[in-house]
Design a protein around this ligand. Structure first.
Ligand code: FAD
Ligand code: AMP
Length: 478
């Protein structure tokens, strides 16, 4: 093994593996250190996203959605499927197969592109030296011209609800229940809490979500969040806002959760409890005291807009630095840093990062919310279009939600697009592309969309900004 590399990446999640692959594509001699082991105990690449995050959660979300369709909605469209049932171990096994296929795929991409994977723990020392301790070997000191730190994040633990790995679990444990819990508690109505709560609710659990904040999804557009809460509540998620969990104790076969709400002390008994109160940057053991990299006040590795740390030629990307904890945000940062190391000058546009919550209907947005624009005193115009008026949504029996387009009232430039609806995760890409090209609502309205598609709702909402929507009555007539 060479002891000198052009680039050493620490962490093989989406931020780190994308950085490593791009570096290798650009001709740089690159190694990527990863310490994680998969469920089978073997070294694995792909980080949280592939092993314990995006991919396994979506495998279970898609499977559980199909179950709801078959058991509750097939009859509405003339298909009788009276004997639909759930096989949880099979569902989990398939999820694990999807994970295994994709993590193996990253290994193949490393091989194909010439990235050297190093399985073990990395630590940044001074002067871009890196200590590497293999899983089954002694520490080695490697030298790099450039180091990219991509150590990611881990779930936040809260003292009132200590994990026991069986009844009280974090998001990782909630991906591996062996049966559907009859009663499930979820602490935190954030993205992860809602997605995992939805999975088990769809499969038959009675789910209570306890959320300290008074507001539901404060980062989403208010109107979208309000409609989403109504729909999710209708599906059976008992979302209790303004409830702060103060304790959780395993007692026999159940967990007794204590919490406070406006009426005082309350308690709730559940069979399983998922703690989903957020994630924190993972920096334990990553930095030698004299390596020159500093943390910010919230414990993230401090970086500037170009992901440069305070140490020369040391970069940090992904969940371990400021900004939304999203796989695609980290991946873009990784590629940007790789290209800068190779001498190019790309930037990450932090204003067009899409956000998605994979409930059903899905919630997705890019840009500013209406309440943000109001608070900033911006002059804006809104156009919206309900899926209930979309031919394709009606044909697909999937009509909840809407598209909302917000544009600058003076220039018509797109400021934000918000979707609650089927395939919102796919539809939002259209808005991201439009905003990346600085499009106006009129531009989006002038583009031709295939019929019948869900995408037409984006088109109509954009036309609605100027009161020109065709398939609904415009409130503003122009
Ligand atoms: P990570 O993926 O956390 O990878 C960091 C890697 O670095 C890890 O494998 C870790 O083992 C390794 N590492 C750390 N320290 C060291 C060290 N010292 N030496 C060697 N290796 C080290 N995001 C989305 O965009 N869409 C989603 O749908 C989505 N769903 C999610 C669902 C769940 C349940 C969870 C938990 C997260 C989800 N996320 C989602 C978030 C997403 O997983 C993260 O934003 C993403 O994985 C961050 O990528 P990263 O490369 O920065 O870090
Ligand atoms: P996110 O950071 O999007 O994953 O969301 C985590 C959510 O958990 C936030 O909305 C927090 O308000 C919520 N939360 C954190 N601690 C508690 C607690 N003790 N009780 C209830 N909710 C909590």
């Amino acid at each position: 093994m060479s002891e000198h590399y052009d680039v050493i990446v620490i962490g093989a999640g989406p931020a780190g593996y994308e950085a490593a692959i791009r570096c290798a594509q650009l001709g740089l001699n690159t190694a990527c250190i990863e310490k994680d082991k998969g469920k089978d105990g073997e070294p694995t690449l792909g980080g949280t996203c592939l092993n314990w995050g995006c991919i396994p959660s979506k495998a279970l979300l898609d499977a559980s959605h199909k179950y709801v369709e078959a058991s509750q909605h097939f009859a509405e469209i003339g298909i009788n499927a009276p004997d639909v049932s759930v096989d949880v171990p099979k569902m989990i096994e398939r999820k694990d197969e999807v994970v295994k296929g994709l993590t193996g795929g990253i290994k193949g991409l490393f091989t194909g592109n010439g990235v050297t994977p190093l399985y073990g723990t990395g630590k940044l020392l001074a002067n871009r030296q890196v200590s590497f301790t293999p899983h089954d070997g002694a520490e080695q000191i490697l030298q790099a011209e450039h180091v990219i730190l991509a150590a990611g994040s881990v779930p936040v633990a809260i003292p009132p609800a200590p994990l026991d790995g069986d009844r009280i679990v974090d998001s990782t444990g909630a991906l591996d229940f062996t049966e559907v819990p009859a009663r499930l508690g979820v602490i935190g109505a954030g993205v992860i809490g809602l997605e995992l709560g939805s999975v088990w609710n769809r499969l038959g659990a009675e789910v209570v979500v306890l959320e300290a904040l008074e507001e539901f999804l404060p980062m989403a557009d208010e109107r979208i969040a309000r409609d989403a809460k109504k729909i999710l509540t209708g599906q059976g998620l008992d979302i209790r806002l303004g409830t702060r969990v103060t304790g959780a104790e395993v007692s026999g076969d159940e967990v007794v959760v204590s919490y406070q709400d406006k009426d005082g002390d309350q308690s709730l008994s559940v069979d399983k409890l998922i703690v989903a109160v957020g994630r924190r940057p993972y920096t334990e053991g990553l930095l030698a005291p004299d390596c020159g990299v500093n943390l910010d006040e919230r414990g993230f590795l401090y970086v500037n807009d170009l992901c440069q740390t305070d140490a020369p030629n040391v970069y940090a990307v992904g969940d371990v630095v400021r900004g939304p904890m999203l796989a695609h945000k980290g991946g873009e940062e990784g590629v940007m840093v790789a290209e800068r190391i190779a001498g190019f000058k790309p930037l990450v546009n932090y204003d067009t990062i899409p956000n998605v919550i994979y409930t059903h209907p899905e919630i997705a947005w890019v840009g500013k919310t209406e309440q943000q624009l109001k608070a900033d005193g911006e002059n804006y115009t809104v156009g919206s279009f309900p899926f209930a008026a979309s031919g394709r949504a009606l044909a697909a029996n999937d009509t909840q939600g809407m598209v909302k387009v917000i544009a600058d009232a003076d220039t018509d430039r797109l400021l934000g697009v918000h979707v609650l609806g089927p395939q919102a995760s796919e539809l939002i890409a259209q808005a991201v592309i439009a905003m990346e090209f600085d499009a106006s609502a009129e531009d989006l309205g002038l583009i031709m969309f295939a019929h019948p598609t869900l995408s037409e709702a984006v088109h109509e909402a954009a036309l609605g900004v100027s009161g020109h929507a065709i398939h609904m009555i415009n409130r503003k007539k122009k």
